[in-house]
Every structure is written in structure tokens, then in C-alpha cells.
Design a binder for this molecule. Structure first.
Ligand code: CP
Length: 305
């Protein structure tokens, strides 16, 4: 039977914690001999219908480290460009005997509907519209866990374009299992909002900055904006960017994260990137190991715990 990973919300908190343990274990292996042949003779297709640097490369690296052979299918060079449907494309891949498809796609819900028609081909979502990015959420969770050794009651703030962010959606799906202290401030709301209590805070978000353990900055997702309102990087930076003045208000124990890619001097002042509480490249490092643990989860799946 096929096993898919399309969204964090399909999982249980205990499965999530197992995925984190596996990721940390992969990251701590000194020798790759422990896992390099784990999935010899498995074949994965990479189908990225939206641009990607981190996710595509780290899934590809994760497959290589586990002995999985990868096959790149480019939309432009495939029969998708001749009008073949995505469903027929996936059914053909299943007929060829591929084990996995790692897919990034703009349209929402189509992966779920195709997944119900597959018998053996496992789908891993590598980013789906504004809705889902489970592997990003897992590497973010590992970055946070490495710092705090817990998730319970952490005070987390998302700053930025949450309305168009699949990173926000997938992270909130697991964070709500552990904490009622999840907040956001976005260009749409302009004020700070506690999502668990479903209410606005009276304070300005600048004033609340010392309160947080984790701050996740998000890029304005211009490629998903429907309106033609001109985006002003300097205006966004002034209203929502972490500049030196705001950075000085943040607790020294707070970590700052960003899923990438970021715009220089928009979401944060670029010179701040060298500050030790900026964990952006730790996130990227965990990306390879998080994807290894997702591949293992899907390929070894028996029963949800
Ligand atoms: N964070 C993330 O998904 O980056 P890419 O778009 O480069 O894969």
C-alpha cells in the first residue's frame, strides 16, 4: 500500500517526535556507513513545478545518502507541457515501478486527490501552494528543539506574509500541539495576534519583542500575490523588518529563523545575520537530515503510532 506525506496535520504528535528523533540521529552520525545502503534499489522522482533551491537539493542529497536513486522530471521537458494531466503523469510513474515522487506544486488539493488513486507510488509533498510544506516544518522543529530541548509553552512569533505562506501553515499545525503562545504580525493584520486565543494583543508588536523565544521571519511571497499593489521593500522593512533597533529589544535567548529565500535588507537587516541567535543556516543544515527521516518514514511505514 502506498504511504504519502502531504501535510503535518496527517501525523500525530508522537509520530512528529519520532521524526524529530530520527532527524537528530541522522545529523549526529559520524559515519555514513550506518545508513548509506538503507534503501538500495529504491527509486525516487523529483518533480518541482515551482522554483526551489533548498528543498530540491536537500531532498536529492537526502536520497543519495540513503542509497535511493533519484530521477529528475522537469515540467518543461515532460509531457505535462503537452497537456498530460498530473494524475496521468503520476499513474505512469507508478506503472514504471518508481517508489516515490517528491513533488512541489502550485495547485492545492490535487496531490491529495491523486494520492487516493495510487497503489504503490508514495508521494512526499515538497511544497504545495499556500497550504503545505511538511519537510520545512520538520527542519524548523529540529532547529527549535536543538535550542530549547522542549516545545511546550514556547512563545513563538511569525512576522511577515503569513497569508501566502505554506511554511506558516505547516508550522502552526505542529506548534499548536505544544503551545498556546503562538503569535503573528502580518501586513494584512498590522497588529499582533495570538492565534490560539484568537485575539489581538493591545500592545504593539515592537513592544512585545522581548517576550518571545522564537521569531520566524517570512518573505513577502510576491509570486502568490493576486493584487497589483506595488511592493515597497523599504516600506516593508520599516514596518516589519528586524532592524538593529528591534533586534536590541529581543531576548538574547530568543532564536531568529527564516525558511529562505530571503530578500536582503527586507525581512531583516543583513548585517544581523552573523549574530549567534540567527539560526538560518542551522535550519538549512537540518534540511538534509529532516528529509532523510521523512524518506525513511514513508518507505518503512507500517502503522501510524
Ligand atoms: N524554504 C524553501 O522551501 O526554500 P526553497 O524554495 O529554495 O526550496
Amino acid at each position: 500500500m502506498a504511504k504519502h506525506l502531504l501535510a503535518v496535520k496527517e501525523l500525530t504528535p508522537s509520530t512528529w517526535q519520532l521524526l524529530i528523533q530520527d532527524t537528530l540521529q541522522f545529523s549526529s552520525h559520524k559515519s555514513k556507513s550506518n545508513f548509506e545502503n538503507l534503501f538500495l534499489n529504491k527509486h525516487a522522482a523529483l518533480l518541482f513545478m515551482e522554483p526551489s533551491t533548498r528543498t530540491q537539493l536537500s531532498f536529492s542529497l537526502a536520497c543519495s545518502k540513503l542509497g535511493i536513486q533519484t530521477h529528475l522530471l522537469l515540467q518543461e521537458g515532460s509531457s505535462l507541457s503537452k497537456g498530460e494531466s498530473l494524475e496521468d503523469t503520476f499513474l505512469n510513474m507508478e506503472a514504471m515501478g518508481l517508489d516515490l515522487i517528491i513533488a512541489r506544486i502550485k495547485e492545492e488539493k490535487i496531490l491529495e486527490s491523486i494520492s487516493k488513486k495510487l497503489k504503490h507510488l508514495n508521494i512526499i509533498c515538497a511544497g504545495e501552494g499556500k497550504k503545505s510544506h511538511p519537510s520545512q516544518a520538520l527542519l524548523d522543529a529540529c532547529t527549535i528543539f536543538t535550542e530549547f530541548k522542549k516545545f511546550d509553552d514556547l512563545r513563538i512569533l511569525f512576522i511577515g506574509d503569513i497569508e501566502h505562506s505554506r511554511v506558516y501553515q505547516s508550522n502552526v499545525e505542529w506548534m499548536q500541539w505544544f503551545s498556546k503562545e503562538i503569535y503573528h504580525v502580518s501586513p494584512k493584520s498590522n497588529s499582533i495576534f495570538n492565534i490560539s486565543k484568537n485575539c489581538k494583543e493591545d500592545s504593539s508588536w515592537d513592544d512585545m519583542l522581548p517576550y518571545f523565544d522564537v521569531i520566524i521571519m517570512l518573505r513577502p511571497q510576491l509570486e502568490r500575490h493576486e493584487s497589483n499593489i506595488q511592493f515597497s521593500p523599504s516600506d516593508y522593512h520599516e514596518k516589519f523588518g528586524i532592524n538593529k533597533r528591534r533586534f536590541e529589544k529581543i531576548s538574547k535567548k530568543c532564536i531568529l529563523m527564516h525558511p529562505g529565500p530571503f530578500y536582503q535588507n527586507v525581512e531583516f537587516e543583513h548585517a544581523l545575520l552573523t549574530q549567534p541567535n540567527f539560526k538560518i543556516y542551522d535550519q538549512v543544515k537540518f534540511g538534509v537530515f529532516a528529509r532523510m527521516s521523512i524518506l525513511k518514514y514513508v518507505l518503512e511505514y507500517k502503522n501510524e503510532t
